[in-house]
Design a protein around this ligand. Structure first.
Ligand SMILES: NC(=O)c1ccc[n+]([C@@H]2O[C@H](COP(=O)([O-])OP(=O)(O)OC[C@H]3O[C@@H](n4cnc5c(N)ncnc54)[C@H](OP(=O)(O)O)[C@@H]3O)[C@@H](O)[C@H]2O)c1
Length: 186
């Protein structure tokens, strides 16, 4: 019998929650290949790091293994039924439990209640109906891959910012960071 009780009603953790996708995708929706990123984009990694600092990030087990370590200065929650417990991450068995654990942690640590889903394809697909913020890095290439971002219907979304970057020695492709909010959130 499970005696662990939440210390507060769960609806409190979920109040005003922002649930985001932070993702880089190609023109043909590729996000990964061979459990790695399909491109070298230093500026986008810097953007990823800056956006997630001091926030709660949620990822699938394969994305965690691809990164290879917990990311510092962030609460790392990993969805997995196979990983053994290890320092620096909280492991949960499904997306609902991940959102609950993240929201509870934000609440108890006086954080803004944003939960940033950072991938991979499995996690993006299963959360596409419940997210209310998208931070999309659109990488200007058609590329081969084995993991894809779902096709989102953006008609109920407002684009609130766009920032373009040109390719250079450290960034293989041009890319644009677009941020969207779901209209129901505004
Ligand atoms: N371009 C980008 O922005 C970006 C971002 C992140 C990742 N990626 C890429 O995406 C790829 C990885 O994505 P992926 O789709 O293969 O894997 P993933 O989503 O990272 O991880 C999948 C695993 O997560 C666990 N999981 C997720 N949801 C679950 C649920 N509801 N219930 C139970 N378990 C669940 C399972 O782990 P267990 O098998 O342990 O149970 C599952 O095998 C890599 O190539 C990575 O580089 C790209």
């Amino acid at each position: 019998m499970n005696h662990i009780q939440p210390s507060r009603p769960l609806w409190q953790y979920k109040l005003k929650m922002i649930l985001s996708h932070l993702v880089a995708l190609s023109n043909n929706f590729v996000i990964g290949v061979n459990n790695d990123l399909p491109w070298k984009l230093k500026k986008d990694l810097q953007h990823f790091s800056a956006y997630t600092q001091n926030k709660t990030i949620v990822m699938g087990r394969k994305t965690f293994e691809s990164i290879g370590r917990p990311l510092p200065n962030r609460k790392n929650i990993v969805i997995s039924s196979t990983l053994s417990s290890q320092d620096g991450i909280e492991i949960v068995k499904n997306l609902d439990l991940a959102v609950e654990a993240a929201s509870k942690w934000n609440y108890e640590n006086d954080q803004d209640n944003e939960v940033v889903l950072i991938g991979g394809g499995f996690v993006f697909e299963e959360s596409k109906e419940i997210v209310n913020k998208l931070i999309l890095t659109r990488v200007d290439c058609e590329i081969k891959g084995d993991v894809f971002y779902p096709k989102m219907d953006l008609k109920d979304w407002n684009k609130i910012s766009t920032k373009s970057h040109e390719k250079d020695d450290e960034n293989e492709f041009d890319f644009t960071v677009e941020t969207y909010l779901k209209i129901s959130l505004i």
